[in-house]
Design a protein around this ligand. Structure first.
Ligand SMILES: [Mg+2]
Length: 266
């Protein structure tokens, strides 16, 4: 006799981790439905966390930006790649790096006493809206002299309001081409570095935590690596067609047509 498979839900999930770009916001504005949905989740006693491969701001500044947009957030409830890079470098006793990135990345590195230097043994690439030919040249030169190349993320672009802006991945590719290298070590999702930091700083429990984002290869893979529940929100980077012919590690437990649909599963 056929047994009807019980439909999965998120009722037991207490901790929700949301990606930011393309899931919660388009950088300078929240995506419609997000604020109401998060308020409803909080009213049901759920804890909300944010996780981004964006490195433009510090962890504290991301919390402030979310609060300014109407999602009151504490610094401990946000993880970003500026912070993650500083932790990864500090753990390896790296005290100097050539940095392509904005103030947020420099400030997080500075908190760990990591200084910017043009002849460092490490080059880190993050989003940099003042990226230039000479920054590319300096990074490539350092790599040619043996510096190790790191990147905060691979994302080609991100939406800011109505515009698509080049992401870390676009800057990274130009540096790689200029330095004639294929190698760059990833700090952000879905790297093991980021997985470790998330496990260290957020409550990660198999049945009690869910990671929800708009990108199969960053958000879904990260959550699956940790063994927690994963959700893909359509309308951002990954499309419905991208779910065809994927590996198990890329399969989300849930696919939501939009952010509001999350409420139907809690
Ligand atoms: Mg995203």
């Amino acid at each position: 006799m056929a047994v009807k498979k019980k439909e999965e839900d998120l009722k037991d999930v207490k901790h929700f981790i949301f990606d930011l770009d393309g899931t919660v916001w388009h950088w300078n504005r929240l995506i419609p439905g997000v604020k109401q949905t998060i308020r409803r989740l909080e009213a049901k006693g759920k804890n909300i966390y944010f996780l981004t491969n964006n490195s433009i701001l510090t962890r504290k500044e991301f919390a402030e930006k979310l609060s300014d947009l109407g999602l009151k957030t504490e610094v401990d409830n946000v993880l970003c790649t500026s912070y993650a890079t500083a932790q990864v470098f500090a753990d390896r006793n790296i005290d100097e790096a050539y940095v392509i990135g904005e103030k947020g990345l420099l400030d997080e590195l500075g908190r760990e006493h990591i200084t910017k230097s043009e002849d460092a043994d490490h080059v880190i690439v993050g989003v940099d809206r003042n990226f230039s030919y000479w920054k590319m040249a300096k990074a490539a030169e350092a790599i040619r002299y043996g510096a190790k190349l790191w990147t905060t993320a691979y994302g080609e672009n991100f939406r800011a309001g109505d515009r698509m802006l080049p992401g870390t991945g676009a800057i990274l590719e130009s540096v790689k081409r200029a330095a004639e290298t294929e190698e760059a070590e990833l700090v952000g999702k879905p790297s093991d570095h980021m997985v470790k930091i998330i496990k260290d700083e957020f409550p990660i429990f198999r049945e009690r935590t869910a990671l929800i984002g708009d990108h199969i290869h960053t958000d879904v893979v990260t959550g699956n690596k940790m063994g927690i529940k994963t959700g893909l929100v359509l309308g951002g980077t990954s499309k419905k067609e991208d779910l065809r012919d994927i590996e198990n590690i890329e399969k989300p437990n849930f696919v939501f047509k939009d952010f509001k649909r999350i409420l139907k599963k809690v």
